[in-house]
Ligand binder design. Structure first.
Ligand SMILES: Cc1ncc(COP(=O)(O)O)c(C=O)c1O
Length: 430
């Protein structure tokens, strides 16, 4: 593995993609040949390509080593060992023990297991859960379902202009009925890093548990469950170069949860169903690669590229480019910008050379501002002008130059008179 790792772009600091050409020996061979002839991929927070080393690690468990790890004959041996190894690899990425990891079918499911599991297991009438406004819908909607179906009380904390929770606000909201506080490590749209350790200390002082959705943080910044003080922590495969359909939940020992799937007792009885060994192996391999990235300077490399992109846009569009989210307390790969005078969706539509996203939703041709940016107090025009540019393992300086040139050219040529922006804004909020 180390030879292959040595040739990865994260370790050399430069491109694996020949300018304008196909990759050879890189991650975009095989199924990715087509798309990578297309736009520069700056949407790593939406999903990552599967690292070829991850694919290589998992494939034998779809072919030769197909056995059920719970069987009592030799076909089970290799899958059982692989599952145990994968659990240890994933645990190691967050400073946990293998026995503390529960594999799930997605990040959403891990969040459901944590939030619903903790609230129902508490066995209290009208349990309280505290979360915050910029959480992923997998957490927010779970909380609302618990209110609807189980009489839970839900407190959604506000955030400041950078999208951060003020610990004093949490301290004031905590009470003796609070069972769980759920706050994400890093926001998917802005990359804002919440002060988890501080929030966890306050939470524990009131006898409640802290769940941290680390879907976006895992592999991008170092994480240690003990230092964070997390009792429950969510990881997601497809944000860290494993396939979609695998996640994991760290469950500190002593924490009792109601299962998310009932049945055969797999995954410590918390998530029944014959284990998906191949995807667990993939997540284990991805965790190993992520640990290597973190140890070899990938976050610094990405932060440089990201800041170079920001500088280029700022220099070419003076006074029009506004960063959404914190400058410093942010994931190294994430750049959420509003460019005055053009909606994010119009900008991206005019730039087929770049694959990125806006946080806004489109319903019947009307764009609604991102709830995350709205919660941060951004006005409708600013929120509708946002684009999220997220970099990853195969982002190169050539990509950044190409993307910056294309975005600048579109922002200079496609512009909307402000009344047009205002009209759309009215529609969006009506
Ligand atoms: C912060 C965060 N939490 C949870 C999820 C959900 O993960 P999954 O798509 O695996 O259900 C995502 C995915 O976008 C996310 O960004």
């Amino acid at each position: 593995m180390s030879d292959a790792l040595a040739s990865r772009p994260g370790s050399s600091g430069e491109s694996a993609r020949p300018a304008g050409g196909h990759l050879t020996g890189g991650p975009m061979d095989g199924p990715m040949d087509g798309p990578m002839d297309g736009p520069v991929y700056l949407d790593y927070n939406a999903t990552t390509p599967v690292d070829p080393q991850v694919t290589e690690a998992m494939l034998p468990y779809l072919t030769a080593w197909f056995g059920n790890p719970s069987s009592s004959h030799p076909y089970a041996d290799r899958p059982r060992r692989a599952l145990a190894d994968a659990r240890a690899q994933v645990a190691a990425l967050i400073g946990a023990q293998a026995a503390q990891m529960v594999f799930t079918a997605s990040g959403s499911e891990a969040n459901l297991l944590a939030v619903r599991g903790a609230l129902l297991a508490a066995g209290r009438p009208r349990p309280r859960v505290i979360t915050q406004a910029t959480e992923h819908p997998a957490v927010l909607e779970t909380c609302h379902a618990l209110a609807r179906l189980h009489d839970a009380r839900v407190t959604v904390l506000p955030v400041d202009g950078d999208g951060l929770v003020n610990p004093a606000t949490l301290a004031a909201a905590l009470d003796e009925d609070t069972v769980l506080v759920s706050v994400m490590a890093a926001n998917n749209e802005t990359g804002a890093l919440q002060p988890i350790a501080e929030l966890a200390a306050l939470t524990h002082a009131r006898g409640a548990l802290l769940h941290c959705d680390a879907a976006q943080a895992a592999g991008k910044i170092p994480l240690d469950v003990t230092k964070l003080g997390a009792d429950l922590l969510t990881l997601v495969g497809h944000k860290m170069y494993a396939p979609k359909g695998i996640g994991a939940l760290y469950v500190r020992e002593g924490v009792t949860l109601e299962p998310v799937v009932y049945g055969g007792g797999q995954e410590r009885g918390l998530r029944a169903g014959t284990e998906n060994v191949a995807l667990a192996v993939a997540l284990g391999a991805a965790a190993d690669l992520a640990a290597h990235d973190l140890a070899t300077g990938a976050p610094t490399r990405l932060a440089h590229l990201r800041d170079d992109l920001h500088r280029r846009l700022d220099a070419a569009l003076p006074g029009r480019v506004h960063l959404n989210g914190p400058t410093g307390q942010r994931l190294p790969n994430t750049l959420n910008l509003s460019i005055d005078g053009i909606h994010g969706h119009d900008l991206l539509a005019a730039v087929p050379a770049v694959a990125a996203s806006t946080g806004s939703a489109c319903h019947s041709g009307t764009h609604t501002p991102s709830p995350v940016l709205s919660a941060m107090g951004l006005d409708t025009d600013r929120a509708l002008s946002a684009v999220r540019l997220s970099l990853g393992r195969w982002s190169t300086s050539t990509d950044i130059k190409t993307a910056a040139a294309a975005l600048i050219s579109a922002a200079l040529t496609v512009s909307h008179p402000m009344p047009g922006l205002a009209n759309s804004a009215e529609q969006a909020t009506s």
